[in-house]
Design a protein around this ligand. Structure first.
Ligand code: GDP
Length: 206
């Protein structure tokens, strides 16, 4: 089996910086970037930790909606992982939600070196319109979109088939296929495939 099934191809990832705001000056600090976007509780922190094989790189928050900054992690493989604020939590006020969406929007508009956007969504939930719009934004901005359906260990085989069908329907609706990975940080399902995909698109050798 490939040795990267369990370990990370970028094990020496470290916290780099946080941004409450984003502009060209901030953008010039990072070269190639892979960003991760998802609602609070989508499993984003768990994925960032698992993908880097670290226990607490990103905080697995017990209070959904707490992450309001853009957190940047520097990997040892010539790219940066960008943890975008968790949006869309029902307890966040309308203003908070708007502020977070604005920060995400600014990041997507300003960043010149964003290569891949991983759009996370709990696989037990339907894929929301707002996330679908993010996929479309990627196409217009020439960013590679990757939909990451998290907590896949919670789906049984028929749920999985149904969910895949729904994702295909979404692709047909927008008229463009996009990659979708079903992953679980608890069972390890799909993790190797996702890491391999990211490295391939970044042109980095395993
Ligand atoms: P975030 O708010 O998007 O950063 O989400 P977290 O990473 O904090 O995860 C939210 C909750 O989902 C936590 O209780 C995690 O333990 C749980 N979780 C995350 N990933 C998985 C997974 O792959 N499988 C299962 N069963 N639970 C998960």
């Amino acid at each position: 089996m490939n040795p990267y099934h369990k370990v990370s191809p970028w094990p020496d990832t470290k916290f780099f910086t946080s941004f409450a705001d984003y502009n060209e000056e901030e953008d010039s600090k990072m070269k190639t970037m892979v960003a991760f976007l998802g609602r609070s509780n989508s499993g984003k922190s768990s994925l960032l930790n698992a993908i880097s094989n670290q226990k607490s790189l990103a905080k697995v928050s017990k209070t959904p909606g707490k992450t309001k900054l853009i957190n940047v992690f520097k990997t040892d493989r010539e790219f940066y992982m960008i943890d975008l604020p968790g949006f869309g939590y029902s307890k966040a006020s309308h203003k908070e939600h708007k502020d977070m969406m604005k920060l995400i929007d600014t990041f997507l508009n300003v960043s010149k070196n964003l290569k891949i956007l991983c759009i996370l969504c709990d696989s037990q939930r339907p894929f929301p319109d707002e996330e679908m719009q993010m996929v479309e934004v990627c196409f217009t901005k020439k960013i590679i979109p990757v939909v990451v359906r998290t907590k896949a260990d919670k789906l049984n085989q028929s749920d999985l088939v149904q969910s895949r069908r729904n994702m295909e329907k979404a692709m047909n609706e927008i008229g463009s296929p996009f990659p979708v990975y079903y992953v679980s940080t608890t069972s390890g399902k799909g993790m190797l495939e996702l890491k391999t995909f990211l490295l391939e698109k970044l042109n980095i050798q395993m």
